[in-house]
Write a protein that binds this ligand. Structure first.
Ligand code: NAP
Length: 309
């Protein structure tokens, strides 16, 4: 059976930062890249808010750099993902998608979260070309343009408000005639003159072409079935995220939404020797720089744990 001092699950900014730090501590971490090598950043547009890149950088380039940096310090980066975890005793036992069992003294879980999507083919087609799940990341590209947000929760309202500071107009499409968001967030949205509510509505189709990306949407009034075409250039889907923790159920303490509970400001979970970092334990910030910082925290916690145990 293969043994490692530190198994890192996930290859977004949290996973690779943990790999860089544990690598530099001579722990020879083993990184499983997961279902989406490089994480969510590889499917975003340009990243302009990560410090150190004055001209911005594409998500794929940034993740390729982080990977290279982790390799430089002795990390082993492996294609594949962990399907099962037995964290009941140390060393821990984790099984990958090929059936290999890894024995690990410590584990850093950095499997991220996945945005929920509406499920239209056109949504997939225009992802990164006008369709986004993160206004903070991509809103800037739609300065002075018309955009649309889908959802009725706090995230959708927050994104609509944020976008209204950049864009000329924001449509907020919600499937019911009442928002789920907190009252204060509702007040902000409903009193914002740049936001137009489209109640009891859903996106029927996202329109566009290969050259310009998204150029408009067909919105359906759920009550009447009538369709309205709106010209716009950005669609932000904000119908929630799902942390990638299915393989951990019953093994580590999760909150009611499935996010891993950590003993903040540390990265410790309820299982000594198991740490978590990034979006898998963060429903609030969901930013690459925050995830990278938490990856560092997790690595330093791993190092201290191994010194004391
Ligand atoms: P959420 O509260 O689960 O809201 C998701 C919204 O998307 C709901 O309005 C839901 O409609 C809609 N929706 C779900 N599936 C859909 C689909 N297939 N098609 C169309 N609409 C769909 O998620 P969230 O807004 O991301 O918030 C998650 C948690 O983080 C919440 O606890 C929230 O309070 C918190 N949060 C807090 C803040 C803050 O305090 N500043 C900011 C962001 C998030 P229905 O309403 O009809 O179900």
């Amino acid at each position: 059976m293969e043994h490692t001092h530190c198994l890192i699950i996930g290859s977004g900014p949290a996973g690779f930062t943990a790999a860089i730090y544990t690598g530099r501590a001579d722990l020879h971490p083993l990184v499983y890249e997961g279902m989406q090598p490089g994480g969510q950043l590889t499917i975003t547009t340009e990243i302009e808010n990560f410090p150190g890149y004055p001209e911005g950088i594409s998500g794929t380039d940034m993740m390729a750099d982080l990977r290279k940096q982790a390799l430089r310090f002795g990390a082993e980066v492996r294609t594949g993902y962990i399907v099962e975890a037995d964290l009941s005793a140390r060393p821990f036992h984790l099984t990958d998608d090929h059936g290999n069992i890894i024995e690990a003294d410590t584990v850093v879980i950095a499997t991220g979260a996945s945005a929920k999507w509406i499920g239209l083919d056109s949504e997939k087609k225009f992802y990164g070309q006008g369709v986004s799940a993160c206004a903070t990341c991509d809103g800037y590209f739609y300065k002075n343009q018309e955009v649309l947000v889908v959802g009725g929760g706090d995230t959708a309202c927050e994104e609509a408000n944020y976008l209204s500071t950049l864009c000329s107009k924001v449509y907020l499409v919600h499937r019911r005639d009442e928002l789920r968001a907190s009252k204060s967030m509702q007040h902000k949205v409903l009193s914002n003159p740049k936001i137009e509510m489209l109640w009891s509505s859903r996106i029927h189709e996202i329109c566009g072409d290969d050259l310009d990306g998204v150029t408009g949407v067909e919105v359906e009034d759920i009550k009447t079935g009538s369709l309205r075409h709106i010209d716009l250039s950005g669609v932000f889907v904000a119908i929630g995220h799902k942390p990638n923790t299915d393989f951990l159920k019953g093994q580590v303490e999760l909150d009611e939404q499935g996010y891993i509970k950590v003993n903040s400001p540390h990265a410790a979970t309820n299982i000594p020797g198991v740490f978590a970092a990034g979006d898998v334990c963060d429903p609030h910030y969901r930013q690459a720089i925050v995830a990278a910082g938490k990856g560092c925290t997790a690595a330093m916690d791993v190092e201290r744990f191994l010194q004391n145990n």
